[in-house]
Design a protein around this ligand. Structure first.
Ligand code: MIG
Length: 828
């Protein structure tokens, strides 16, 4: 009994803030999962039962095991918002039941389930224990909450949980552990200790001695994770309602864990190239003359950019799907004119239509029964932006995105915006956020229709934003099926990567926030959200010129690259900080544009595999201890190590390079790895290192992404005995790639003392790039080669036209690009 009192207190931690309405549970009975009878096998599932509930263990595939526990009286988890239909049929595990335990086994994993009491333990195929329920605690249930305690080993590192602040390794500080809550929250100006934030991803990765597995808790209620805080050797997960339903995902490579997690929950869609360019935003650019001036400035000053953003002041009284026609008298003409300057425009659409008879969204929503309701069936109303409007302020009503009918309706509302050429949609306030309440969100008893399984806000809250992006995404796809949509969202949930890119909300204009953005992007990436990027320069407050420049430089390889600031702050455009900084800022954005082919290639890989382009060091170097806790270095793809300068006023930057030979991206100077180097840096420095054997794909400078197509493709090839890289391209805009209109080629090299052999082979696709050059830049030669052959034909060195060698050992070889395979043999 003493013990259950202690456990009650522990459960209490699960409802840290903003009133989850769970205070009643302390008076209710708490029980342990208890002993189970011998299981029954039902198809692929092993079912354990006792008088308190039912537990089920099933193999989803060789590497993924699903464990469920449904206490009596709780709602069974019949439909997942996160998990997508799996391509492969579940595997049939080998099941052996003994008197005290049951063994369930695939080729990669072995699960032992102890019957008395019920405990689950996971082993790899070599018999190493990967994860186990805590023997004395296991699973408990009280009120609507369930909780499982697992072992936490001293040398385990914990990563993920999506959008969380703090260091990359979520164990927290050396002592004291850490805990995280999943409850989407509007948290303007958050810092390194704020939790929860806007997005909930109840997924984490465990890494020990370089080997990893993952756990995904598929539950949309408020959930809570404790990593060694309650007790240093325990990791616990608790849920605020419903079924305890989690997936154990085997690696052992960290990349495999994310690949398998995203096989389960889906992957980002391939974005159009322009979405990877530079975006300029502020809250808000208005009237239209202001937006035009911003566009003119970019072009006049030769600072590359693709997209301008319209924040809430373009709307009439903050009403979604309207225009303030005083500020923007002719939106169609504005968008068309900007398009002539090669800009695209993204506009914001919030989740809160105004309650106003005569406003088409309100009228249609009422007629169609699209708004969420109170327990008594009346429509739920609450103040958000329309309550702050100068004219006739009023409360808002809220679409019930849990209903597919409502999602279809909402998706169709974008038509007028797309008709005038709006290129993408930005969904905000979809945690959902409401003003003037203690919790900052809906009342928990707000009712959702949920496609025939009515439920309340406790279950839908965390997926509300994701379901909104699903509505937006499919609306855009239906209205403009030939084009790839861009949707950006503030709130989301596990699996939301299928519908939208995300940004981590209202950060501060501070050096701390800049440093924080790096582990945050990596944490989101390894949790499936590969298309991420923070407000460059910071949202709240005003950056110094130095901070703005460093932020821009640090984001050159950020998947989503957008400058943004809040209402009333000083100008925050690349030219807002004087001539010197304008030049520095231009240089950073120019670099982004030269590397767009490389970035696009890596983002396409992310869309195929789920492995994020921007990734922690340990994903590439899992056996390197130095990588395990590193929050400030990251990799872009498998071959660029990013070491941005993150401190003011410094002239050195320490960079740890993992084992191998590295090259400075700009100078191609060589650095030996497995050590820390101290670099001299100036305000110009954007320290990036290239891994040996890398193929880096760039193009000449352009001012906007549409201009890339006919530019020469430059491939920098860095020395290694053997290496290869696939390179992907397509029209960068449309859905034609889905029908095979793309080109995938393999670049490979083999080097020995006497030769460098380079091959370019077509793998798939018939996409014909525009007529252009292919310029190979082969690094690491010592002196001029004896001969260079292409497809067996020796090139004439004497006239100097066919290739050149610089004193730094770079051989430049311009070719005509074509679909045909090429073999280049260099005799040294
Ligand atoms: O309550 O639309 O995070 O990016 O500029 C503030 C105005 C509402 C919050 C977003 C921010 C956006 C702002 N929005």
């Amino acid at each position: 009994m003493i013990r259950s009192v202690a456990l009650v207190l522990v459960f209490g931690m699960a409802c840290s803030r903003s009133g989850s309405g769970t205070s009643e549970f302390t008076t209710q009975q708490m029980w342990a999962i208890g002993n189970m009878q011998r299981p029954k096998q039902q198809g692929n599932t092993v079912v354990f039962q006792n008088d308190r509930g039912v537990a089920r263990v099933a193999f989803v595939n060789e590497n993924v095991v699903r464990v469920r526990y449904l206490p009596n009286g709780e709602k069974e988890h019949l439909r997942s918002f996160a998990v997508v239909d799996q391509k492969n049929a579940p595997v049939s595990p080998r099941v052996t039941t003994g008197s005290s335990s049951t063994e369930i086994q695939s080729s990669a994993l072995r699960v032992i389930v102890h019957h008395e009491p019920f405990r689950v333990e996971f082993f790899d195929h070599k018999g190493r224990s990967l994860d186990t329920d805590d023997p004395s605690r296991g699973v408990f249930h009280v009120g609507h909450q369930s909780k499982v305690w697992k072992r936490l080993l001293p040398d385990e590192h914990i990563y993920g949980f999506g959008e969380k602040s703090g260091p990359l390794d979520k164990r927290g500080m050396q002592l004291g552990g850490a805990s995280y809550t999943m409850w989407n929250s509007d948290t303007p100006g958050y810092d390194g200790s704020t939790d929860p934030l806007y997005i909930s991803v109840p997924f984490f990765m465990v890494m020990r001695e370089g080997r990893s597995h993952g756990i995904f808790l598929d539950n949309t209620y408020r959930t809570h994770f404790d990593i060694g805080k309650e007790q240093p050797d325990l990791l616990s997960m608790s849920i605020g309602g419903g079924e305890l339903d989690y997936y154990f995902i085997q690696g052992p490579e960290p990349k495999k864990v994310t690949e398998r997690y995203t096989e389960l929950t889906g992957r980002m869609q391939l974005p159009p190239m322009w979405a990877l360019g530079f975006h300029q935003c502020r809250y808000s650019y208005y009237p239209e003359a202001k937006l035009r001036a911003i566009a003119d400035n970019f072009r006049k000053r030769n600072i590359p950019a693709d997209t301008l953003w319209l924040d809430i002041h373009y709307l009439q009284d903050y009403k979604p799907f309207t225009w303030d026609t005083k500020r923007f008298p002719d939106p169609a003409k504005l968008i068309a004119d900007l398009r002539k300057q090669n800009f695209r425009v993204v506009s914001i659409i919030d989740a809160h239509p105004k309650k106003e008879v005569g406003y088409h969204v309100y009228d249609q929503g009422i007629a169609g029964g699209h708004f969420v309701t109170n327990k008594d069936g009346s429509i739920y109303e609450a103040p958000v932006w329309p309550s702050m409007a100068e004219n006739s302020p009023a409360d808002s009503v809220f679409p019930d995105f849990s209903s597919s009918k409502t999602r279809d309706w909402w998706g169709s509302l974008y038509k007028p915006l797309l008709d005038i050429g709006i290129a993408g949609i930005w969904n905000d306030m979809n945690e959902p956020a409401v003003f003037n309440t203690a919790t900052g969100t809906f009342a928990l008893d707000v009712q959702h229709k949920n496609d025939g399984r009515p439920t309340d806000h406790r279950e839908i809250h965390n997926v509300y934003g994701m379901l909104m992006t699903q509505a937006t995404h499919s609306g855009l796809k239906q209205l403009r099926p030939e084009m790839r949509p861009l949707v950006l969202s503030r709130a989301s949930f596990a699996g939301g990567q299928r519908y939208a890119a995300v940004w981590p909300g209202d950060n501060q204009s501070s050096w701390n926030a800049l440093r924080q953005s790096i582990p945050m992007h990596m944490g989101l990436g390894l949790s499936g959200f590969a298309f991420v990027g923070s407000d460059v320069g910071g949202f709240m407050g005003a950056p110094t010129s130095e901070l703005f420049t460093r932020w821009l430089q640090s984001a050159v390889f950020s998947p989503f690259f957008r400058a943004h600031t809040t209402f009333g702050t000083p100008d925050q455009e690349p030219w807002s900080y004087g001539k010197d900084h304008e030049a520095l800022n231009r240089a950073a954005i120019e670099m982004r544009y030269r590397f767009l082919p490389h970035i696009y290639n890596e983002m396409r890989l992310a869309s195929q595999t789920g492995i994020p382009a921007l990734r922690p060091l340990f994903m590439e170097f899992p056996l390197d201890e130095q990588s395990w806790r590193n929050s400030e270095l990251s990799m872009f793809g498998d071959s660029l190590l990013l070491a941005p300068v993150l401190w003011p006023g410094v002239n050195t930057r320490e960079v740890y390079l993992p084992e191998g030979t590295w090259f400075d991206l700009q100078s191609t100077t060589t650095y030996e790895g497995a050590q820390t180097h101290t670099l001299q840096v100036t305000l110009k420095s954007i320290p990036i290192f290239v891994r040996e054997g890398a193929f880096i794909f760039t193009k000449d400078q352009v001012q906007f992404s549409d201009a890339l197509a006919d530019k020469a493709l430059r491939v920098d090839i860095f020395p290694a005995n053997d290496s290869s890289k696939e390179y992907y391209e397509d029209d960068a805009l449309s859905m034609a790639y889905k029908a095979g209109d793309y080109l995938l080629r393999r670049f490979s090299q083999h080097r020995d003392k006497e030769h460098i052999d380079i091959k370019i082979e077509k793998i798939e696709g018939e996409f014909q790039p525009k007529t252009r050059q292919l310029i190979l830049q082969i690094h690491g030669l010592q002196g001029s080669p004896k001969t260079v052959q292409i497809n067996g034909k020796i090139l004439d060195k004497k006239n100097g036209k066919s290739f050149s060698v610089e004193s730094n050992g770079t051989l430049t070889l311009p070719l005509k690009d074509s679909l045909e395979s090429k073999e280049i043999k260099i005799q040294l």
